[in-house]
Design a protein around this ligand. Structure first.
Ligand SMILES: C[S@@+](CC[C@H](N)C(=O)[O-])C[C@H]1O[C@@H](n2cnc3c(N)ncnc32)[C@H](O)[C@@H]1O
Length: 261
């Protein structure tokens, strides 16, 4: 086993995998996952809605916007419909760079590197707090003179300082040209999305698991999209972003896609 992997403390990538119905998790992850669910019963629905948003956003960008390059930061453990599978289903020549800093995701990265022969998938073991390193590593696979979809789904919530989170986004979006996109999801306590119940769950998480998490309100989430043209329907619950049917529940996770003008 990779000696960076700790089985005595719950890790976000593994608990997220548990909530999504995966098997790549340890007893400590399942125990914390169940306790968070007791505080906040819709967390599993949030995780599934976030993944479904990923599928719709990537399909839109590949099929309608012609994007052929994706930089997916905070990838998570391989699951159904990973970014390269969704993108390469539409565009077999799509290139994807995955980035995560969790040792268990690194261990499973091989399962992410199964792309088409026409396209490319790469995995970079790097920390979102070091966007310059991410840009430099991505440039080995992506042509940064052509549009890139920068994807940060459920990860800026682990950058606790909001100004630092904005600065990370600015650095990444400055490295890609006009016509690039930012795809974001982020948990919130906003009552309009039914997020109040998540407060106790996040407090519990921060005492019992890693890395520490924070929620953001609408204004903070919108500030990450500063300078970008936000696609319709704007900043909404990720479950409400171009849903396949009107039946989906609102979940307390903002979702949006912005285009660099
Ligand atoms: C909630 S999961 C989201 C996974 C996937 N993006 C999704 O939406 O299903 C967050 C992921 O971000 C990763 N992560 C957390 N902090 C990170 C950091 N500072 N740098 C890189 N990855 C990080 C975790 O390891 C985890 O895999």
């Amino acid at each position: 086993m990779n000696d960076r992997i700790r089985t005595d403390v719950a890790h976000n990538a593994r608990v997220w995998n548990y909530w999504l119905g995966g098997k790549d998790n340890y007893p400590v992850d399942r125990a914390v996952g169940d306790q968070v669910t007791a505080f906040y019963p819709s967390i599993g629905e949030v995780a599934r809605a976030d993944r479904a948003f990923l599928g719709r956003a990537v399909t839109h960008l590949a099929a309608e916007a012609g994007v052929r390059q994706f930089l997916d930061i905070g990838t998570g453990l391989p699951t159904a419909d990973n970014t390269h599978e969704v993108a390469q289903r539409v565009a077999p020549d799509a290139r994807i760079v995955y980035v995560d800093n969790d040792p268990i995701v690194l261990t499973h990265a091989r399962a992410l590197l199964t792309g088409t022969p026409e396209g490319r998938t790469e995995y970079v073991d790097a920390d979102a707090h070091d966007p310059e390193r991410i840009v430099a590593a991505a440039a080995a696979t992506l042509d940064l003179s052509r549009p890139v979809a920068v994807m940060m789904l459920g990860i800026l919530n682990f950058v606790l300082d909001t100004e630092e989170a904005r600065s990370i986004v600015r650095t990444l979006m400055a490295a890609v040209p006009s016509g690039s996109y930012l795809v974001l999801t982020h948990p919130t306590l906003e009552p309009e999305l039914g997020g109040e119940g998540n407060k106790a769950a996040m407090a519990f998480w921060n005492e019992n698991a890693t890395p520490p998490i924070t929620a953001r309100d609408r204004a903070e989430f919108v500030s990450f999209l500063d300078g970008l043209d936000v696609l319709e329907p704007g900043v909404v619950s990720c479950a409400r972003w171009r849903p396949a049917s009107a039946a989906g529940h609102t979940v307390a996770q903002f979702g949006a896609v912005g285009r660099k003008p």
